[in-house]
Ligand binder design. Structure first.
Ligand code: IPM
Ligand code: MN
Length: 357
């Protein structure tokens, strides 16, 4: 028997449970094919946790994630919990989890599968071959800055970054660029914000350690426009928390569906692997969600957390093959579909392809 790993599972809300079940199906098939063992432990977060314990992030979850090798996460939130006070909302649970786990680097690849060049709202010639890695700072910036306050007359947040926080996310981006096409574009708003001025200076400083990497800077408004105008100019994009949140949603649509793209949140301790989409309450429970983003997140987990590279490759190849063979969930039904399949059928087909790989 090969190695054994402990995986924390957070299903969450909305389509979270459905898509996670398919990722587990694929992980199990992959583990038995490649001869390693996976043990799962489930934790509560978000709305599901509020319903059961009154807190969006119970103590048991915060402690439990320290005893696993990686955490696979579905999605959280929904209209049921929308009117709660901020500190009780599902999103607060996720933000606290990221902070406590120290997952300061959020890697969000935006890849256009050849099989789906027609699925994008942009012209095939614009998106064909796009392969961007957005490196989003995840535990700082305006999401966490103090002071912050809401009153009915006046409300504010604070965008703050320390030199240390900027340097460590920049290093992650440059390290990734070294394994890719050696280009980093740092996105900021240095023409207006002091925090961006520091961001730019520190990124420049870190770049000195990577003479092979070509560094450019772009203002965030221009970056949003360039992502749509000519996305192939980008290799690695590094940016702060809120700019990264916005740009990664925009970049995801180059691929045709936000239901395709995974993410890895890594830092000093255990990593968190999650699709970039949300909990899609409008389609929850209907069995029509696209599980590919979550299955691809599981592949990232095998690659980055468990170093099971061959297994990760096998899942990614299986995803490409189902798309090439024309299997589509509802979100992609209009694009060269040979067969429309349910969430669970999609999981089974990918699992079978891995088992036969
Ligand atoms: C994301 C989400 C979260 C974020 C929300 C749910 C707090 O939009 O993972 O991109 O803003 O980080
Ligand atoms: Mn987002």
């Amino acid at each position: 028997m090969g190695k054994s790993y402990k995986i924390g599972i957070i299903k969450g809300d909305g389509i979270g449970p459905e898509i996670i079940d398919e990722a587990i199906k694929v992980l199990d098939a992959t583990a038995s094919h490649f001869g390693f063992e996976l043990q799962y432990e489930e934790f509560l977060l978000g709305g599901a946790a509020i319903d059961e314990t009154g807190s969006p992030i119970p103590q048991e979850t915060l402690i439990g994630v320290n005893r696993v090798d990686a955490v696979l996460f579905g999605a959280i939130g929904g209209p049921k919990w929308d009117n709660l006070e901020r500190h009780l909302r599902p999103e607060t649970g996720l933000l606290k989890l990221r902070k406590e786990m120290g997952t300061f680097a959020n890697l969000r690849p935006a890849i256009v599968y050849d099989e789906l060049v027609n699925a994008s709202t942009l012209k095939p010639s614009v998106v064909e071959g796009v392969d961007i890695m957005v490196v989003r700072e995840l535990t700082g910036g305006i999401y966490f800055g103090e002071p912050r306050e809401y009153t009915p007359q006046k409300a504010y947040n604070t965008m703050v970054y320390t030199k240390e926080e900027i340097a460590r996310i920049a290093k992650v981006a440059f390290d990734i660029a070294m394994k890719r096409n050696k280009r980093v574009c740092s996105v900021d708003k240095a023409n207006v914000l002091e925090v961006s001025q520091l961001w730019r200076e520190v990124v420049e400083e870190v770049a000195q350690e990577y003479p092979e990497v070509e560094l450019s800077h772009m203002y965030v408004d221009n970056a949003a426009m360039q992502l749509i105008r000519q996305p192939k100019q980008f290799d690695v994009i590094v940016t702060g928390n809120i700019f990264g949140d916005i740009l990664s949603d925009a970049a995801s649509m180059l691929s045709g569906s936000i239901g395709l793209l995974p993410s890895a949140s890594v830092g000093s301790k255990v990593g968190l692997y999650e699709p970039i989409h949300g909990s899609a309450p409008d389609i929850a429970g209907q069995g029509i969600a696209n599980p590919i983003a979550t299955i691809a997140s599981a592949a990232m987990m095998l690659r980055y957390a468990l170093n099971e590279i061959e297994a990760a490759d096998a899942i990614e190849s299986a995803i490409k093959k189902v798309l090439a063979d024309g299997y589509r969930t509802g979100d992609l039904s209009a694009y060269d579909a040979k067969e429309i399949v349910s969430c669970s059928e999609m999981g089974s087909i990918i699992a079978n392809y891995v088992a036969k790989s």
